[in-house]
Design a protein around this ligand. Structure first.
Ligand code: SER
Length: 316
């Protein structure tokens, strides 16, 4: 087997901090390069480079140095922070992607791009949202993800680039806190339930969104990158589904472990973005094309989150 050299951008974000250790386990620590930007965790153990994904010269130099065979391009501004900084969201999300599309198109590199359920908008079907449907997002984040997906498809069609992507739902994890997204409430509620027994939620209790436990998201990411190129029929990004629940249902699932939990609902401007996204998505294309299967349901995800966060805070 050809040895792999892997670049991960956004390696210390919510997804990267769980994906990088898995890649290190699979391919060897020396073969996974984390591209840090500003914040580098002190306990990071692995190969580190720093740079800006928007700078093609800087990124090209890294490719000369390491001859990467795979890139996981995760660096991105999320939906809530994107609404506060739309120009920066456009710049990082799209110029960052262009850098890697342009570098990878002339090389034998597999490129992964992180898309999102944010590609959908108020005119997309709300329930079981299909793979191929109306994409008229209203958040700048969603707009960058649709444009990015189209660019990925274009580079595949025109240059034969092996680019693969997932429309992640809200991701729930305990290692690294979520940052700047609309679905962050589904992570924050666990932290606050454990630390204070109380949470003030920024969306309404009947807000229902597609969600997934991080272990499943990492598994899906590795699965799509392992798949035979012939099996990747979608070169925009695949709907990637697992769970779907309202905040109230999540609250009740947590209350089975933390009966005293109190949740207040104080919706803010993030409600509008949440309302524009699907309640649930149809990920049958991913299941059929490359065998996607999720493992965690609401009760098992809740149990894992609580067990691991209690351990993390020394409360077990
Ligand atoms: N979790 C992301 C967000 O809320 C969606 O991709 O922005």
């Amino acid at each position: 087997m050809m040895s792999e050299k892997i670049l991960v951008t956004g390696p210390f974000g919510q997804i990267g901090s769980e994906l990088v250790p898995e890649l290190q386990k699979r391919y060897g620590k020396e073969n996974v390069v984390a591209l840090g930007h500003r914040h580098i965790p002190e306990d990071y153990d692995g190969v580190l480079e720093t740079g800006d994904v928007r700078n093609p010269e800087e990124m090209s130099k890294l490719f000369e140095k390491y001859e990467f065979t795979q890139v996981y391009h995760l660096a991105s501004l999320l939906s809530a922070v994107g609404e506060d900084k739309p120009e920066l969201a456009w710049d990082v999300n799209l110029n960052g992607l262009r850098t890697f599309l342009d570098i990878c198109k002339d090389r034998d590199v597999k490129l992964f791009w992180a898309s999102s359920i944010a590609v959908f908008g108020p005119t997309s079907p709300l329930d079981n949202t299909p793979q191929h449907t109306v994409l008229e997002p209203t958040s700048i984040y969603g707009i960058t993800k649709v444009a990015g997906e189209l660019l990925c498809q274009y580079y595949h069609e025109i240059y034969g680039l092996d680019v693969r992507g997932l429309r992640y739902p809200g991701l729930i994890s305990w290692k690294q806190e979520a940052g700047g997204g609309t679905t962050d409430y589904a992570v924050e509620i666990f932290y606050e339930a454990i630390k204070k027994g109380e949470y003030s939620c920024f969306v309404k209790e009947d807000t229902k969104l597609p969600m997934m436990y991080m272990d499943d998201a990492v598994k899906g990411t590795l699965m799509i990158m392992d798949a035979d190129p012939e099996d990747i029929k979608v070169r925009m990004s695949y709907n990637h589904g697992a769970l779907s629940f309202t905040v109230k249902e999540l609250e009740e699932a947590i209350r089975k472990h933390i009966p005293e939990l109190k949740v207040h609902y104080e919706p803010d401007k993030r409600q509008k973005t949440a309302d524009s996204w699907p309640d649930s998505i149809d990920d049958s294309a991913a299941r059929k094309d490359w065998g996607w299967e999720h493992k965690y349901d609401l009760p098992t995800m809740t149990e894992e989150m609580i067990k691991n966060l209690r351990k993390k805070f020394g409360m077990d």
